[in-house]
Ligand binder design. Structure first.
Ligand code: PGA
Length: 254
């Protein structure tokens, strides 16, 4: 049985003052032992967040694919680890689009992060044009095959399926489409590591809110959520944690 993981992603938002939100979220996390709760904060907030948000897994939003070197402005996996990060997101579609990150870049980032003992949330997802052309599953499968590290397992790797057109838009795929994509991702993982693929958590991300979280989290092969906008305040993130906990504990989630 896979434990559900509810991960937030503050993107380029937040400040020291905003860490009061994290205090409240960490409090909720410590009261829900059946669910793993994580927050990817801006790198400048990793150390202060770790210092005060006990009980919450704090992580980074990206690491470089090289262990060190002449990469002005970038951060290595060892650096974010030293700051206290326990995981990192890699391959977010905003970085694939804004920074031109390729699947090979994402694979290197995941491998460097794992070498440093970080858990990895590896993001994949199709654009609207790709979905409308009927290519969503082919695109996501190719992204996965290109960006999965050569060796991986569910002890440290999670996949986040995030349709690009659902991120920050309020649009969400049907639960049927999410189930189909997550099944495809599970099958793709199994071609690499066989039975052990059943231990890899597959998160859904893209406009997850307190209103739709329960339906998404009850869907087959949805083992958690990666949440952007709704992770910025405790008021909108805590109900998503609560929905995951209710489902995990067999209670009504809505
Ligand atoms: P959103 O972002 O929840 O604001 O749509 C999700 C993400 O980009 O991870």
């Amino acid at each position: 049985m896979r434990r559900k993981l509810v991960a937030g992603n503050w993107k380029m938002n937040g400040s020291l003052a905003a860490l009061v939100e994290l205090d409240a979220i960490a409090g909720a996390a410590s009261r829900t032992p059946t669910v793993d709760v994580a927050m990817a904060v801006p790198a400048t907030l990793i150390a202060p967040a770790v210092a005060r948000a006990l009980g919450l897994m704090v992580g980074a939003q990206d690491v470089h694919g090289a262990p060190s070197g002449p990469h002005t402005g970038c951060l290595s996996a060892a650096m974010v680890r030293e700051a206290g990060a326990r995981f990192t997101i890699v391959g977010h579609s905003e970085r694939r689009a804004d920074q031109g990150e390729t699947d090979a870049d994402v694979r290197a980032k995941a491998a460097r992060g794992h070498e440093q003992g970080l858990s990895i949330i590896l993001c994949v997802g199709e654009t609207l044009a790709q979905r409308e052309a009927g290519r969503a599953e082919a695109v996501v499968t190719a992204q996965l095959n290109g960006s999965l590290p050569e060796v991986f397992d569910g002890a440290w790797l999670s996949i986040a399926y995030e349709p690009v057109w659902a991120i920050g838009t309020g649009r969400v795929p049907s639960v049927g489409d999410v189930a189909a994509m997550h099944a495809t991702i599970r099958a793709t993982l199994a071609t690499g590591i066989g039975q052990r693929a059943s231990a890899v958590r597959i998160l859904y991300g893209g406009s997850v809110t307190p209103n739709n979280a329960a339906d998404l989290l009850m869907t087959d092969n949805v083992d958690g959520a990666l949440v952007g906008g709704a992770s910025l305040t405790a008021g909108s993130f805590m109900p998503i944690i609560a929905a995951a906990a209710a489902i995990s504990e067999g209670r009504p989630a809505k």
